[in-house]
Design a protein around this ligand. Structure first.
Ligand code: UDP
Ligand code: MG
Length: 330
């Protein structure tokens, strides 16, 4: 592996950038880096940088990063000013990466660094994007696996951009894809969609996603639902169209039913059915209307966030060492 000792001399030399978003991973970081360094030391011809993005951790993950930075070469540590979320942390990494190929990795070893050589081989064959498909998810609840399975398929169906099923953020992207992704400046970022948007030559490698090695998942059920909704509204306007069609269907049925009641009353002289059916229809229509307003609100909220055009993240500190040593511990 070629070694890199300062920023100015490395601008165009770095082959591979590895981006790791970090939120409260103090336990995981040393284990992760040790593991990663072992794999990177086998990549003979590559100059590599590892970019750790501290996403406003409440524990001392930043200090652990700085410690790694003082012991290992080719590390860049970015400290965001608060917790902006994984999507923003990955964006900060992408904006700062200098490599010709970029890989996004979780810090909990659920995206095995051992697969990096295979990803690089595919990239060298000329693929711009190497998608890592989860053929199995070990240690996750049946409900999470099932809901992820349904969600990926639903989103692929709704989205105007083809999205890869069962592929998370773990992928390799070539420099030209990264440059295109940097042009997507939207505030509400659904990275799985954003990373798929440019297209280019793609290939897929399957792997079994292992359990988290230490610590626990940072996503609550509500956060996952929010991320899911954000994915749908960011990459599809079909929910708006569905509510329009629901409106057309309900109005047409109501018109037909109204005619039927009129006929019954005028021709057969039957009394109009009373209170219960009226209430039922009113409540049903009220529910449908609120739902449609809610869907509309989701999109209006997005326009509001985009109109404010706030930065996606803020960087508080940035550290890059000038060590000339290998990725493995001194
Ligand atoms: N993460 C982050 N910011 C957050 C939440 C998570 O940077 O607000 C990082 C986290 O440290 C880890 C990666 O995103 O490196 C994936 O998080 P996690 O393992 O909790 O997600 P899961 O694997 O359960 O989907
Ligand atoms: Mg994880």
């Amino acid at each position: 592996m070629q070694l890199v000792n300062n920023e100015s001399s490395t601008k165009n030399e770095i082959t591979l950038s590895i981006i790791v978003p970090v939120y409260n991973e103090r336990e995981m970081l040393p284990i992760f880096h040790h593991h990663l360094a072992k794999v990177l030391s086998t990549l003979s011809e590559d100059s590599v940088e590892v970019i750790y993005v501290n996403d406003g951790s409440c524990d001392d993950s930043w200090d652990v990063m700085l410690d790694l930075n003082s012991h290992y070469a080719n590390i860049e540590c970015i400290n965001l000013s608060r917790n902006f979320g994984k999507e923003a942390a990955m964006t900060a990494g992408i904006d700062n990466a200098k490599g010709q190929a970029v890989i996004l990795l979780d810090a909990d070893l659920q995206d095995p660094p051992e697969l990096i050589p295979d990803m690089l081989t595919a990239w060298r064959k000329g693929f711009d994007v190497v998608n890592m498909k989860r053929s199995a998810r070990l240690g996750e609840s049946k409900f999470k696996c099932w809901s992820a399975h349904v969600y990926y398929r639903l989103l692929d169906h709704l989205s105007e951009v083809p999205l890869q099923k069962d592929v998370g953020d773990f992928r390799l992207l070539s420099r030209r894809v990264i440059e295109d992704i940097k042009k997507l400046s939207e505030r509400s970022r659904y990275m799985k969609g954003i990373l798929s948007w440019p297209g280019y030559k793609q290939t897929t490698i399957s792997f079994e996603r292992p359990e988290r090695v230490a610590g626990e998942t940072k996503w609550s059920f509500i956060q996952l639902v929010k991320l899911g909704l954000s994915g749908i509204t960011a990459f599809s306007v079909k929910p708006l169209r569905i509510s329009t069609w629901a409106g057309v269907l309900i109005s047409a049925s109501a018109f037909g039913y109204g005619l039927w009641i009129l006929l019954k009353t005028l021709v057969f002289g039957e009394a109009v059915a009373g209170y219960p059916s009226m209430m039922l229809i009113q409540l049903f229509l009220g529910g449908v209307q609120l739902l449609a307003i809610g869907v509309l609100g989701e999109y209006v909220g997005r326009i509001y966030a985009e109109a404010k055009a706030r930065p996606i993240y803020l960087i508080m500190d940035k550290e890059r060492n000038t060590l000339v040593s290998s990725m493995v511990e001194k």
